[in-house]
Write a protein that binds this ligand. Sequence first.
Ligand code: ZN
Length: 281
Amino acid sequence: MPELPEVETVRRGLEPVLAGRRIVRAEVRRPDLRWPFPPRLAERLAGRRVAALGRRSKYLLAELDGGETLILHLGMSGRLLVSGAAVGSFHHAHPTPEKHDHVVLDIEGGARVTFNDARRFGVIDLWPTADIEAHRLLAGLGPEPLGNGFDGGYLARRLAGRRTPVKAVLGDQRVVAGLGNIYLSEALWRAGISPLRLARDVTAAEAETLAAAVRAVLIDAIAAGGSSLRDYRRADGELGYFQHSFAVYDRAGEACPRCGAAILRTVQAGRSSFWCPACQS
Ligand SMILES: [Zn+2]
């Protein structure tokens, strides 16, 4: 499942293709993904200019000139493909639409953006831009981890008094938006804090360290995604997936890069936590 850095990488790859450009034609090839598409989706997209391409948590937000914003979530398996335009220095011809190509946008200047989603957990919606924060999928989200609303003081207040593991609080989308299992494990490792530690036992100084670690792992991953956009060009023009090395995630039994002890995998609330029992406490 794409996490925040992958979505941000998709946004950065898509921005030069979409921002400031008009959607000349939209083809909607099925009525729904996870939920039904909004009524008359193709008609409401055609002819609109994309004023800006933003992101909130793992949602891409394409602000259109007619006063609506296209909300797009990649779900479990969603992929965005760009053809007919230079992606980096490569040019990808339009492929024939495939079975799982659900929405196709032809952009002025000749680019085509295709949303492909084999498992169909993706989301597409249209919503008034002026009211976007009230959309049911966005309304409850906490601050962006890379925004000004998230820092050590804020995190310390949200952890205070909680008898649940720190990882569960940090993964709560109402506390901070967009953190998933991979970057939770990585941030806790960087901060030297066990994912099993109770939130109330995290000190104010540790909350500062942890907030900084969250930002650092995301910034590093986004940087890796950016270099993948420049250096690693997919034959099919797909955006956003890249090789990235993790310190602990999916490395059970391997040596901790910091202290050499064996990395553990512990299941918490049905999700795997990867951590070092020697240098995280
Ligand atoms: Zn270690």
